[in-house]
Ligand binder design. Structure first.
Ligand SMILES: Cc1cc2nc3c(=O)[nH]c(=O)nc-3n(C[C@H](O)[C@H](O)[C@H](O)COP(=O)(O)OP(=O)(O)OC[C@H]3O[C@@H](n4cnc5c(N)ncnc54)[C@H](O)[C@@H]3O)c2cc1C
Ligand SMILES: NC(=O)c1ccc[n+]([C@@H]2O[C@H](COP(=O)([O-])OP(=O)(O)OC[C@H]3O[C@@H](n4cnc5c(N)ncnc54)[C@H](O)[C@@H]3O)[C@@H](O)[C@H]2O)c1
Length: 477
């Protein structure tokens, strides 16, 4: 560590964490003004999403989806994802783990980028330690924004950590396909990763303690995903936990490489040998190493809770956006929160009152959309029928929609609206290529559009969107 006295620098806005949420917050807090901002990043500007999460996973899944679509149509020739080209495509989408493009963007927006690990060192003060151990402290005139995201949880299972298991970073940045892989978990990461690993040739066994995959979505959607996984040859073991792991030859071979010799795992009174294990058991917030207690904020290493202005209660200069506040672990929601926090900071800095919806996080309260890129896709927004037990449920078989039947022979899918009075409060679509259907539902919920008015939103024929007409007809009957 350097023995030089730490230089102090002042900025209007100091952002810890250069993922999508931090980038957006910095941009919106200073744009159109002479305010200054610094973005402090310990790894790559762009965050988990750009290099290890959304972008690589979707780059891997798209060729698989396209091949599935081709197989469901009267085409000739053997269409299948090419492993080498698919991995090259993934690397192109992650810019080969080079963040110079994102740094250039930030600098173009007037955001200064500093490399290193940041932690609070007092009110409005952040101390950064760089890779060489040198420290410097920056001070914020208006706001410190925490946008440190999450990391993968590795549960405390005997032998698991010592086995150097794969986490989502290895699965998205794979350089070799394990022959046999066990996946711990049945959530979103597990289901998407199982989809690409199986399609790229791995023998996949998923083991999770819930009674269905994607336990937070509507049960019919879980069932379609379960069938899709099993159709692809994935073994799915429900209601089970991995009890122990043993890997005599565990080695740190690098991200995306098989981490040593075979493992023996025990679960549900069974014992199996696999070549790798992927842990997809949820995320832990990046608050453990921030020294938040030095300003009187206690998280017990949990999420950093915020109010509707994304401000930490009792600390009007401290904000938290993105995964780290635990509201919704999704890139688009973190970016939305970044936009709101940025607007709040800009208003407070110029003495404006916060009286307008642009300064409030409204969407996290029941208007969160998500697309899961499994086979089939699941696209949902708002409340599920379980979350709104008094609401009316309207279902429609997507295969009965002309536009959907044209998409693929044997199209299978379902749509559901959850309706409270004359308003939609939730929607779920499950089927091939349903991702783009969900935004119409998001608009209907956010805009509080009554069903009688939606009747005049006429979907084009023959598109999959015609399911909206069928759902409204069913709701009227
Ligand atoms: C495999 C996978 C696939 C996913 N796919 C999707 C998807 O398709 N769509 C979707 O919406 N979401 C997806 N997600 C979720 C998405 O990746 C996150 O919601 C998103 O990355 C959160 O953004 P963030 O800016 O809050 O945090 P992050 O992207 O995690 O960025 C936080 C940044 O802070 C930095 N940092 C942390 N601590 C410090 C510190 N003390 N000092 C300096 N820097 C620090 C980190 O290095 C990191 O760059 C996926 C997640 C995973 C794991
Ligand atoms: N397409 C997308 O939008 C997308 C894709 C990937 C990830 N994400 C986001 O990333 C977040 C993290 O995803 P995730 O899949 O890691 O978490 P998750 O919370 O969705 O799922 C975790 C799974 O692990 C299981 N589990 C946990 N501990 C276990 C144990 N000891 N034994 C057996 N099973 C255990 C849980 O029951 C659950 O099935 C999600 O909240 C999601 O929002 C989004």
């Amino acid at each position: 560590m350097s023995s030089e006295p730490a230089p102090h620098e002042d900025y209007d806005v100091v952002v810890i964490g250069g993922g999508p949420a931090g980038e957006n917050a910095a941009q919106y807090a200073i744009q159109g003004s002479d305010r200054t901002a610094v973005l402090i990043e310990s790894e790559l500007v762009g965050g988990e999403c750009s290099y290890w999460a959304c972008m690589p996973s979707k780059a891997l899944l798209r060729p698989i989806e396209a091949a599935d679509a081709a197989h469901a149509l009267p085409l000739t020739g053997d269409v299948h994802p090419d492993l080498v080209k698919t991995l090259q495509r993934r690397d192109d989408f992650t810019s080969h783990l080079d963040d110079s493009g994102q740094v250039k963007w930030a600098e173009g927006e007037g955001i200064h980028v500093l490399r290193g690990h940041a932690r609070l060192s007092g009110e409005r003060a952040v101390t950064i330690t760089d890779a060489e151990g040198n420290q410097r402290t920056v001070r914020a005139r208006h706001a410190v924004i925490v946008a440190t995201g999450t990391t993968a949880v590795v549960p405390d299972i005997p032998g698991l950590r010592a086995a150097y298991p794969w986490t989502s970073r290895d699965a998205t940045n794979l350089h070799e396909v394990p022959g046999r892989i066990a996946i711990l978990g049945l959530g979103v990461v597990a289901c998407e990763a199982a989809t690409w690993l199986a399609a790229l040739g791995a023998d996949v066994t998923m083991i999770g303690r819930s009674d269905r995959p994607l336990e937070r979505v509507e049960p019919f959607a879980s069932e379609l995903v379960l069938n899709g996984l099993r159709d692809k040859g994935v073994e799915v073991v429900l209601n089970a936990s991995i009890e122990s792991v043993s890997r005599p030859d565990a080695r740190e071979t690098g991200v995306g490489h098989v981490h040593g010799g075979p493992l023996t795992i025990t679960y549900a009174d069974r014992r199996a040998e696999v070549d790798e294990i992927l842990v997809a058991a949820g995320r832990a917030p990046g608050t453990a190493d921030l020294a938040l207690d030095c300003v009187g904020v206690s998280t017990d290493h949990g999420y950093l809770r915020v109010d509707e202005h994304l401000t930490v209660p009792g600390h009007p200069w401290l904000y938290a956006v993105g995964d780290v506040n635990g509201k919704a672990l999704l890139t688009h929601m973190g970016k939305y929160q970044g936009r709101i926090a940025g607007a709040v900071i800009a208003a407070r800095a110029s003495g404006q009152p916060l009286d307008g919806d642009e300064f409030r996080d409204l969407a996290d309260d029941g208007i969160v959309p998500q697309v899961v890129f499994t086979t089939p896709q699941i696209a949902a927004v708002g409340l599920t029928s379980a979350q709104a037990p008094d609401a009316r449920v309207v279902d429609y078989d997507l295969a009965q929609v002309a536009g959907a039947s044209l998409e693929a022979e044997g199209y299978t899918g379902q749509a559901r609206l959850v309706i409270d009075g004359d308003l939609i409060v939730g929607a779920t679509f499950a089927g091939p290529q349903v991702a783009e259907l969900v935004h119409a539902a998001t608009i209907a919920i956010a805009g509080r559009v009554p069903l009688a008015r939606l009747w005049h939103a006429v979907p084009s024929y023959p598109t999959v969107s015609e399911v909206w007409l069928r759902l409204l007809e069913t709701a009227r009957s």
